[in-house]
Design a protein around this ligand. Structure first.
Ligand code: PPS
Length: 313
């Protein structure tokens, strides 16, 4: 049963927690217009596709596990940290930055949450490959922030997330999962197609700010400043320092408005949502043979790409 409360421009929804649910049934992976998906991201398709973006909406687009939550939180603080500090303690980030395409049973859909946001600009999260983005974002010339993360750390992070998140099909063991990742048989499809097709889109659509997780780890202040420039914001030095401190991994890990502790589909005893937050954790997972095979395959798949990713910082 949903219980809705109106608060700081939001209809906040109380979401069912894991302890209130029987263990949810994992969905099968499906082929959806040539992209591997699961029903939890396709069942609301027509409504998502007809979503009415507004010119000042900001879309935060990523392949899963690229740092979506981190960047969403930074952008939320840039816009509302000063003007509405209360929302930081009363409205969970998933409601401040709804996940557009998600549609879970007995929960409001991401589209429904986005429609109900009462503050501007609206911040909206999506993992959709670029060809699936609702056309109103392009027609309204919306700003889009795309975050990318190197393939090896993305695969490791997505593997652990898939183990703990019942929205996802069964990952199998690490070796099986790595193969699925390399073959684009994980939800939201091929990492290689996602990062490259978004990069190509940026060449003809200037309002995409393409960021890298590794750059944020290296120098968060520099990256927050670049992001502010793109958004046309001029935060003070003091505000920037505060945002950087508030969005550091350890701080976010203990922030109940951020860490998904109330999500009904995630079992954080299996693996925490904010797990490691590092560049290079792949070294603790890839065997030498897996690494060689991955590198060989990567060279082929990325041979026409201008993108350069760092797997260590
Ligand atoms: S999701 O589910 O796709 O929206 O996940 P996403 O937020 O994109 O990615 C989760 C990974 O980002 C890490 N993370 C951070 N790293 C460093 N600093 C900060 N502040 C931070 N916030 C989130 C998070 O820990 C996940 O990565 P892994 O490697 O699994 O730890």
């Amino acid at each position: 049963m949903l219980h809705n409360v109106h608060y700081f421009g939001f209809t906040t929804f109380s979401l069912t927690t894991m302890s209130q649910l029987d263990k949810p049934q994992r969905p099968p992976a499906i082929d959806f217009h040539g992209v591997c998906m699961s029903k939890y991201f396709t069942e609301n398709w027509d409504n998502v596709q007809s979503f009415k973006a507004r010119p000042d909406d900001i879309l935060i687009a990523t392949y899963p596990k690229a740092g979506t939550t981190w960047v969403s939180f930074i952008i939320d603080l840039l816009y509302f940290g000063q003007t509405c500090p209360e929302r930081q303690t009363t409205v969970p980030l998933i409601q401040r930055v709804p996940f557009l395409e998600i549609a879970l049973p007995s929960q409001p859909s991401g589209k429904e949450m986005a429609d109900k946001i009462g503050t501007s600009p609206r911040l909206i999260k999506s993992h959709l490959p670029v060809q699936f983005v609702p056309k109103s974002f392009w027609e309204n010339n919306c700003r889009i922030v795309y975050v990318a993360r190197n393939a090896k750390d993305s695969a490791v992070s997505y593997y652990h997330f898939t183990r703990m998140n019942y929205v996802q099909p069964d990952p199998g063991d690490w070796g099986t999962y790595l193969n699925s990742f390399m073959n684009g048989k994980v939800v939201f499809g091929s990492w290689y197609d996602h990062v490259n097709n978004w990069w190509k889109r940026k060449q003809t659509y200037p309002k995409i700010h393409y960021m890298f997780y590794e750059d944020l780890i290296e120098d968060a202040s520099r990256e927050i400043l670049r992001l502010s420039d793109f958004l046309g914001l001029s935060p003070s030095a003091e505000e920037l320092d505060k945002i950087k401190a508030t969005t550091m991994f350890d701080s976010m890990k203990h922030n109940k408005m951020i860490n998904y502790f109330t999500s009904g589909m995630m079992d954080q005893k299996v693996s925490p949502f904010l797990r490691k937050g590092k560049v290079g954790d792949w070294k603790n997972h890839f065997t030498v043979a897996q690494n060689e095979e991955f590198d060989e395959d990567y060279k082929q798949k990325m041979k026409d790409s201008a993108l350069v990713f760092r797997t260590e910082v």
